[in-house]
Each structure stands twice: as structure tokens, then as C-alpha cells.
Design a binder for this molecule. Structure first.
Ligand SMILES: [Cu+2]
Length: 233
């Protein structure tokens, strides 16, 4: 009898573990769906090349400023896609941007209001200079020994970031009011998960190509596809 009990208890534990592993997350429980956005640009990439004569050991002797990155299938990278009428709690994952090889990596990072970690992976002096209106501007040195700095952006807005030590360094921090956003990859694609079902306005923002908006209907457990074609200015 004791043995049987032990086996039953063991089975119970295993069943419990399975139940935990298979338990839907809170968003899935509400019957959310996904949005897959595909952003295209029917023009040439805009990548400025320039010579570097400072910190060349880390920065190289030539660098690029990637203003319009067009990848496979005319996909536009670095575009922020978001649900314009979205509402929801901030994401738990802390956003991060790295000053690496004298570039901001990623070039565009999106986050919900709160803290972001700013790394310096280069063994040289960098600086963080933000151009913002809703949030206080930051203009701080990030010496080589300061590998990580934490900064706070509480108000939604898209913030330009530069480094005053290396004039070509350019990045963007998109502070979104809700967690329903994504940044397109090199194929111009991003997926937004756990979006509440219903009709939503989906917005695309790109640093030089501006904004576009489209309506999409999200159904529970399904992926709604939306395509954008950004126009040159
Ligand atoms: Cu720098």
C-alpha cells in the first residue's frame, strides 16, 4: 500500500509539472491573437559611409550611418510597429542598448516606460545624449569603466540618441505606452503577440520615412497579417 501511495504521489507530481508547463499565460487566457507586420520600402537603402580618425581600434577606419536599411524582399528594417490604440501593463523585460563598435546596437530599441540599461562594450569613452521633449534630456559621459548605466524614460515618446564623442553614432529609443509593439528585422518583419481581439489601428514609424497607419482585425488564437509600403520623401 505504501508503495502504491508513493507511485501515486509521484504521478501526481509529474501531472502537476505538466499542468504548470502547459498552463496558458495570462494574456493567452484572455484569448489574445497576434499581428504579423510586414514593412516594405520600394527604394534604395540610405547608408552614409564616412572615414573615422578617432578611436579607430574600436571604431574602425570607416563607418556607416544606417538611415534606411533595406533587406531581403525590399523589407525595411528598424521600423517600429505598434498598436495605436493599445492599452496594457509594461513588459517585465528590461530594454537594453549597447554602444558597441562605436554604434548603437540595436539601432532602434522599443520599450515600455521605465528603466533601460545602456551598455558600453567598447573599452573607450562614449557619451549618451538624448533629444527628448516629454522626458528630461540626458547628456552624460559613459567612460570605459562604466560598463552599464541605467536610465529612466517615464513618458511615451520616440527619442533620438547620439554620442557626442563619436559624431556619427545615432540610435533611437521608442518609449511606447503599452507592450504591443515590435521593431522590424532585416526582412522588414515583426510580430506582436497577445494582442486583445478586435479591430485595431496599427502604426508604423520610421526615422526618415515617417508614419503610416492601417486597420487590422485580431482574432483570438490567430495571426492577423498587415503589410505596409513606406514611401520615400
Ligand atoms: Cu561614442
Amino acid at each position: 500500500m505504501r508503495k502504491v501511495c508513493a507511485v501515486l504521489a509521484g504521478l501526481g507530481l509529474i501531472a502537476g509539472a505538466f499542468a504548470l508547463a502547459g498552463r496558458p499565460g495570462p494574456a493567452t487566457a484572455q484569448g489574445g491573437g497576434s499581428i504579423e507586420a510586414d514593412v516594405k520600402y520600394n527604394g534604395a537603402p540610405v547608408v552614409e559611409k564616412l572615414k573615422v580618425n578617432k578611436d579607430t581600434e574600436k571604431c574602425g577606419t570607416e563607418t556607416t550611418i544606417e538611415k534606411v536599411v533595406v533587406g531581403g524582399n525590399k523589407g525595411l528594417a528598424n521600423a517600429v510597429v505598434s498598436v495605436a490604440d493599445g492599452k496594457g501593463a509594461p513588459t517585465a523585460k528590461k530594454a537594453s542598448i549597447d554602444q558597441k563598435g562605436c554604434k548603437f546596437n540595436p539601432h532602434v530599441v522599443a520599450m515600455t516606460p521605465g528603466e533601460i540599461e545602456i551598455k558600453n562594450s567598447d573599452d573607450i569613452l562614449h557619451n549618451i545624449h538624448t533629444y527628448s521633449t516629454a522626458n528630461p534630456s540626458i547628456n552624460k559621459a559613459q567612460p570605459k569603466f562604466k560598463k552599464v548605466m541605467n536610465e529612466k524614460f517615464e513618458k511615451p515618446e520616440i527619442i533620438k540618441v547620439t554620442c557626442d564623442v563619436h559624431s556619427w553614432m545615432l540610435g533611437w529609443i521608442a518609449v511606447m505606452p503599452h507592450p504591443f509593439f515590435g521593431v522590424t528585422d532585416n526582412n522588414g518583419v515583426t510580430k506582436i503577440e497577445n494582442v486583445p481581439p478586435g479591430k485595431h489601428k496599427v502604426e508604423v514609424w520610421h526615422e526618415t520615412l515617417g508614419k503610416q497607419e492601417k486597420e487590422v482585425e485580431v482574432k483570438a488564437g490567430q495571426t492577423a497579417k498587415v503589410s505596409f509600403e513606406m514611401k520615400g520623401k
